[in-house]
Design a protein around this ligand. Structure first.
Ligand code: A5P
Length: 230
């Protein structure tokens, strides 16, 4: 069922795309529905160019005939459409379940607007049930882990961090980094946590997306809702 909802939200977002747009194209199962819906429109004559947020999205979009470029060629975009792991009423997001958070944040930040597409299970009152991905440099991993634990303790948050993929075969991001997933349950001060994490030298970025999403299409049993930040 949720797959159907993801598809409905993605198809609604594809309707917002018009010819001439420079698009950021997200990563994940919901974003893949968007890529397919966009490709259908491109086959029908829509003229757009896209910057993919991962190698995975690059390969899919290319195989479906969507014209692609890079942020180096096209540093300013009109619209990014991407999924999320959680969205709160302010449209603050947790992203990075698929490991593409860094490129996703760079692309969304280079876009005039970001639209989030999701099924209704992703909507929460407060972020944190979904583990927060924190992208870190492999060098000095243990020192970085200690620094993160210290910040979490100071903010009275649980200090459970898991290296994605495990110590024997850590997951490696498109940027060559590792991911520590932080099991936080409920994040009180989203902005404070975001600021404190990026201030740690070994942290490349984290999956909190604040003030980036302008709108969300959330699909559920009652159809597709348009959600604006409160
Ligand atoms: C990829 O890194 C993520 O940010 C995805 O956008 C997010 O995990 C949502 O994925 P699904 O659409 O597969 O749920």
């Amino acid at each position: 069922m949720s797959e159907q909802f993801k598809k409905q939200a993605a198809e609604r977002a594809a309707e917002d795309v018009s010819s001439g747009m420079r698009l950021g194209i997200g990563t994940g199962s919901t974003a893949e529905h968007f890529v397919r819906a966009l490709a259908d429109r491109v086959a029908g004559g829509l003229d757009v160019i896209g910057v993919p947020t991962s190698e995975r999205t690059h390969d899919l979009a290319k195989s479906l005939g969507i014209r692609l470029t890079t942020l180096d060629e096209m540093p300013e975009l009109d619209l990014t459409v991407d999924g999320a792991d959680e969205l709160d009423p302010h449209l603050a997001l947790i992203k990075g379940g698929g490991g593409a958070l860094l490129r996703e944040k760079i692309v969304a930040s280079a876009s005039a607007r970001m639209i989030v597409i999701a099924d209704e299970s992703k909507q929460v009152d407060r972020l944190g049930r979904f583990p927060l991905p924190i992208e870190v440099v492999p060098f000095g991993l243990e020192a970085t882990r200690h620094a993160i634990v210290k910040v979490l303790a100071e903010l009275v948050l649980p200090q459970k961090l898991e290296l994605r993929g495990g110590a024997q075969a850590p997951f490696v991001t498109d940027g060559g980094h590792y991911i520590l997933d932080a099991h936080l349950e409920k994040i009180g001060e989203v902005r404070t946590l975001a600021d404190r994490l990026v201030a740690i030298p070994g942290v490349v970025d984290h999956g909190l997306f604040i003030d980036l999403a302008a709108k969300a299409y959330v699909a559920g049993a009652d159809g597709v809702k348009t959600v604006l930040p409160i």
